[in-house]
Design a protein. Sequence first.
Length: 262
Amino acid sequence: MLGALHLILFVVYMVVLIGQRTEENSAIRRLNGELEQANDRLSVMNEQLKAYAAESERMAETRERNRLAREIHDTLGHALTGITAGADACIQMLEISPEMAKKQMERIASTAREGMNEVRRSVRALRPDALERMQLTDAVAKLCAEMQTTSQAEITLDLQTEDLRLSPDEEDAVYRIVQESITNAIRHGHATAVRVRIAAEERRLGITVTDNGCGCAKIEPGFGLRHMRERLRLLNGTLKVKSEKGFELHAEIPLRWGDVYD
């Protein structure tokens, strides 16, 4: 009788043990299945991440190419406009005053050298040379004075930017917008007078450039205007242009809190 009881207990124990092992094996198989699914999802995510990284790299390269193209366009356009306008003035001076023509040629040579330096700096992805050496207001004033000297156009500068502090990107945008606007006014509009106003008002920095040039019936944005908009879009800024009598450009950049002191 005792032997039969021991046998029953042994059988019960084995049944329980086998059941536990079966449950453990089922749990292991389930976990293995979940692990395989997780590995599959991870593989898909890795492929997606690689694709995203490649796309991000392509976009970064495109942005950098566009930035360099914009910098070189702004620099060369400004320098060549000054050289062309100066050379035209020099031709008219040759017979009237050779001495004045010589001085004009010296200014043209200086503008050409500075333009070449700017191109080199742009290729090396650096800021405009003037902003490396001086404050924004001084750099813009120097830009306007040099353009007036080489082009013989009257350029008036009105700065209302006391106690203004901008980031390097914002300074670059302001400088390049003024540079491109004056260049376009002289090159395309044949303007003889250009007015530049930069003023901080109601938490926004406004840049307005007007000229007395020939204007145009229909404004078709070229390389310069497109890149102005691109610069401003990166700063959450806006650009408006109109052409009635002459040409007017107005750009605005939002100012961060604390950058203007009353």
